[in-house]
Design a protein around this ligand. Structure first.
Ligand SMILES: [Zn+2]
Length: 377
């Protein structure tokens, strides 16, 4: 890759990510890193991206989002050789502590590079993922909430005011929502499958106290496609972002919302991920001087994960986001679904398309693991 020098797209990857081992057959595997980095090695991507050095987050930086009690508990669990965090369904090994610190630190490196203008935007290839990790509890394959720590770091150490986090992982980012639910300085938007793990993210969860109105959830049934999800980003997120006016845009980029993922039932294509990328870039360009940091979350079909991440980064690195005139939607399906109670759309035409998420592959996954019912990130 090129050396850092002018505004372009930065890629942050720390090899410690591969040392976090989760056991044979676990879908959140070290091979996910190879799938993404292999896809990002394509010449067309390499020539428009630069490597951004990673670092480990300090414990005081982890404290920006997590309680001292949880940090100590995670450290103890990992040091003990336990196979799983005692707070939830996150498999661990003795190297997981360093890997988790480097996952969060990779995001902090990306924030620094973007705020300092060394790159226009950045994509962080990290594991373990983060968006299910709550302030006092790791769960759902996640130890620390990488994107939430990055948002807090931007605010407390880099003088950033308001941060918008957009989450297109097929699962609801419950940890991120919890971290900022009463905080009006961080807007959290999620489009996710419901019902599905972790069970949160109803459309009436909109924040409370000072954070009232700065959480926005768009749950969709299994079978939702680009028309639905891209539509939600266009019809719901864009106007909300115009009102919120973030100083930094962050993305929880989960690619388990892609067609064919074993843990999700959405049907997004690589072109859809490029469209989603254009929308968040538009928000960043119009409000935040283009400053955007994207962080890998889920994505468990290795070939699909690589292809979707490549489509995402290609669009991040494109000189100009293309006009969106090509997408013509015949009816506002997302508006019919978003903002209404889930009981309404469960009866809707998409409600019957439920194969995938709770059926075959995930059930096989659960059954194959000792300890039984571990839904997943
Ligand atoms: Zn996920």
């Amino acid at each position: 890759m090129k050396t850092m020098g002018g505004p372009t797209t930065g890629i942050v990857y720390d090899p410690a990510a591969k040392t976090h081992r989760t056991g044979l057959w676990h879908p959140e595997s070290p091979e996910r890193c190879d799938a993404v980095m292999g896809a990002l090695a394509a010449p067309a991507i390499r020539e428009r991206t630069v490597d951004v050095p990673s670092r480990a987050a300090t414990e005081s930086e982890i404290l920006l989002c997590h309680t001292p009690g949880y940090i100590e508990r995670a450290r103890r669990d990992i040091a003990s050789g336990a196979p799983m965090l005692s707070t939830g369904d996150t498999d661990i090994c003795r190297e997981s502590w360093t890997a988790a610190l480097c996952a969060a630190g990779s995001v902090l490196s990306a924030v620094d590079a973007v705020i300092d203008g060394k790159v226009a935007n950045a994509f962080c290839v990290v594991r373990p993922p983060g968006h299910h990790a709550c302030p006092a509890r790791g769960m759902g394959f996640c130890v620390f909430n990488n994107v939430a720590i990055g948002a807090r770091y931007a605010q407390t150490s880099r003088g950033v005011g308001k941060v918008l986090i957009a989450d297109w992982d097929v699962h609801h980012g419950n940890g991120t929502q919890e971290a900022f639910y009463e905080d009006g300085s961080v807007f959290f938007f999620s489009a996710h499958q419901s019902p599905l793990y972790p069970g949160t993210g109803a459309s009436d969860e909109t924040g409370s106290g000072a954070g009232r109105g700065t959480t926005m959830n768009c749950p969709f049934p299994a079978g939702a496609d680009g028309e639905d999800i891209v539509g939600a980003f266009r019809d719901r997120l864009l106007p909300a972002a115009s009102r919120f006016k973030p100083d930094l845009v962050m993305v929880s980029a989960g690619f388990d919302s892609r067609l064919g993922d074993p843990l999700g039932g959405f049907r997004l294509t690589d072109d859809d991920f490029a469209e989603l990328t254009s929308i968040v870039l538009e928000i960043a360009r119009d409000n935040a001087r283009g400053r955007l940091v994207s962080v890998l979350e889920g994505g468990y079909a290795l070939d699909g994960l690589g292809a979707a991440a490549a489509a995402h980064v290609e669009r991040l690195a494109a000189p100009q986001p293309p006009p969106r005139s090509s997408r013509v939607r015949s009816e506002p399906r997302s508006q019919d679904l978003c903002g209404h109670d889930r009981r309404e759309w469960r009866r809707g035409p998409l409600g019957s398309r439920t194969q995938g998420a709770n059926g075959g592959p995930m059930r096989l996954f659960r059954d194959s693991l000792p300890g039984g019912n571990r839904e997943m990130s």
